[in-house]
Design a protein around this ligand. Sequence first.
Ligand code: KG4
Ligand code: ZN
Length: 335
Amino acid sequence: MKILGIETSCDETAAAVVADGVGILSNQIASQVEIHARYGGIVPEVASRQHILAIIPIIEQAMAQAKATWGDLDGIAVTMGPGLAGSLLVGVNTAKAIALARGLPITGVNHLEGHIYANWLGNYTPHFPLVCLIVSGGHSDLVLVKGHGDYIVLGRTRDDAAGEAFDKAARILGLGYPGGPAIEQAARAGTASLKLARAWLRGTSDFSFSGVKAELLRLVEKGKVSLSASQGSELITAADAAASFQEAVIDVLVTKTIEAARERRVKQILLAGGVASNELLRRRMVENSPIPVLVPELVLCTDNAAMIAACGYHRFQAGRIAGLDLDVIPSLRLA
Ligand code: KG4
Ligand code: ZN
């Protein structure tokens, strides 16, 4: 079964063709990151307009890379939420137009569910029940997955999402946008010498990262962290601060994920979302977990359409086909 996946929930216009929910025949992504970097963050109106420009060429590229004709496809899976309304509309309306023109069935995919399904695109099939940590720009969710499409959200962020915290910390440290890769890169040259406070929220699987970000801001404002100091000076450098921040966030993510996985006696831990491309997070989770850990390939952690097609495959298998009245739900939740 060949599915065309379409993803436009945020700032990446993406299309992919996936066979049987596991085999990537093509995976095309047009990133808008350079455009939004000028503004230090995503400008929703700009994002929608860029999606309109990129969507048709990126679908054509995905079809060409997969050497697929419209007749080869069995269905279309498109992200319907959560995300930016104007961005989601471009993907959903394009998908509906193709479905109508080519007589193909269509299914609407939850973007977060898509992130989980990136784990089915590797060489190893995940086993249920499992716990998945979804850490992206908008979410830090710990999800118990009992079977395909069967989710219980165990915990979520109470304030900033993990990726959002990385983005804000990078801005505080003058490291640019997007913040996750910038912090990770800067941290390589530093040591985690600052012991930043962790919000454990004991007895829950919820997260909170606004405190650690605020502490970092206070230290910079008080001149305890010097953004211009070089390595070897008396002052704490931006690299040390980046390493300390990364350490604090990852410590909480790893500890709480393993705790939840043990409590629920699951067979596997999965990582998903843009922050899951962080090397330290991946390594720490694998090193510390007594339960096998599965992580998607780097390019499948950040937004892409292959994960949407993989998820769509399981929805089609379950008979979950949408009508042409399929609409976007910007605040769509999991479960
Ligand atoms: O999943 P994603 O591509 O888009 C959303 O659905 O939000 O995640 C983007 C987020 C951004 O906040 C970005 O800073 C963060 O993931 N991110 C990282 C890394 N790469 C991307 N955070 C930490 N370390 C990274 N290497
Ligand atoms: Zn995402």
